[in-house]
Design a protein around this ligand. Structure first.
Ligand SMILES: [Mg+2]
Length: 181
């Protein structure tokens, strides 16, 4: 159960406090694509997300995309942003996260995983001892299998609140009812 607890829950990438990550000596970000930087399955990344990546880079973060999407989808966004990507990641398996760390030349304690799913991004990152940031999915469009996982996700998050592992406020952020700004 502990392996599902994110270190941080934010509304979106825009509300992640990058200074706070820096204070933790984190200098690399392994970022999910679908429903984190781009609405699920959309071919284009909105300018605001491109700008967020640029801004994070400007502040000294190295970034690698780690996505379960097909290689060509991951690579098209990597090319747009000029950063590396690992596609067909099979998250939560550790292989792609490890590959991402090698591409960035960083150690686990220097890396944060950012993504919208508890079972792939957070669980996968926590298993490797990485700092994990859960954000809200950008759209409600996703695979049927993911929709099912969302219901289990919700149940697990409620359980975490009862155990005091995350605050009620965080779940409200997750449900779009709270604010972390
Ligand atoms: Mg995702």
């Amino acid at each position: 159960m502990k392996k599902f607890v994110p270190d941080l829950i934010c509304q979106s990438v825009f509300t992640i406090d990058l200074d706070k990550l820096k204070e933790r000596q984190i200098s690399g970000l392994l970022v999910d694509i679908d429903n984190t930087l781009v609405p699920w399955g959309e071919p284009e990344m909105e300018e605001a997300f491109v700008a967020w990546v640029r801004q994070a880079q400007h502040r000294g973060f190295k970034i690698c995309l780690v996505s379960n999407a097909k290689q060509n989808r991951a690579q098209s966004f990597a090319a747009l942003l000029g950063i590396p990507a690992v596609g067909m990641a099979l998250k939560p398996l550790g292989r792609a996260f490890r590959k991402g760390m090698v591409l960035l030349g960083l150690e686990p304690q220097q890396v944060a995983v950012i993504g919208d799913q508890l079972f792939t991004d957070v669980f996968g990152g926590n298993r490797l001892g990485l700092y994990t940031v859960l954000i809200n999915p950008l759209s409600k469009n996703e695979l049927e299998s993911t929709k099912l996982m969302r219901r289990i996700e919700h149940w697990i998050l409620e359980k975490m609140v009862r155990r005091g592992e995350i605050s009620r406020k965080h779940v409200q952020i997750r449900q779009g009812r709270g604010s972390d700004e």
